[in-house]
Design a protein around this ligand. Structure first.
Ligand SMILES: [Zn+2]
Length: 167
């Protein structure tokens, strides 16, 4: 009952991922409709319904445009697990502050990049200019597209792709 279910807004925009249990609650109260199942049948004493995979709310939920949360893992993912100085996919990747904290560098998408331990050590507490180092890609905040946000679920929920694409 804890299997993930993709919940869409009334306009089909992906809202979030909920549990099967929560999805069933929305379905049996008529607040949502089933868009995709294919995971077998759930039987209880009173009902027997297809196990949901994607459901859609019958009403619009207003919310701000989602953003990708700034975490170490998300920075690695944005940088495709590649050192942004030398391009290697080394083990033990680290996060480098482009403008060092000691120089007032902030914790932001544009000041944090993936670096291999060697490049991080080499750069030390210096700026790019001082260290004579260059970045492979200009660091940006990743766009919080539905595919980007929910890509981890696609391995086991390929049918979601159609519902995630374009948002
Ligand atoms: Zn490197």
């Amino acid at each position: 009952m804890n299997d993930p279910v993709l919940l869409l807004n009334a306009n089909f925009e992906p809202l979030h991922v909920c549990t099967t249990k929560r999805a069933l609650g929305l379905l049996v109260t008529g607040k949502a409709e089933m868009l995709h199942n294919g995971r077998g049948i759930i039987r209880t004493v009173r009902l027997s319904i297809p196990r949901p995979s994607v459901i859609r709310l019958g009403y619009m939920v207003k919310r701000p445009r989602p953003r990708v949360k700034l975490t170490k893992q998300e920075i690695f993912r944005r940088d495709q697990y590649t050192c942004q100085y030398c391009g290697t996919k080394a083990k033990g990747l680290t996060i480098d502050h482009i403008v060092p904290r000691s120089r007032g560098g902030v914790h932001s998408w544009t000041n944090l990049v993936t670096a291999c331990p060697e490049c991080n050590r080499k750069k030390g507490g210096r700026t790019l200019h001082e260290a004579k180092m260059r970045l492979i890609n200009p660091p940006r905040e990743p766009q919080a597209t539905a595919i980007y946000l929910y890509s981890a679920y696609l391995n086991t929920n390929e049918p979601w792709r159609d519902y995630l694409t374009g948002w």
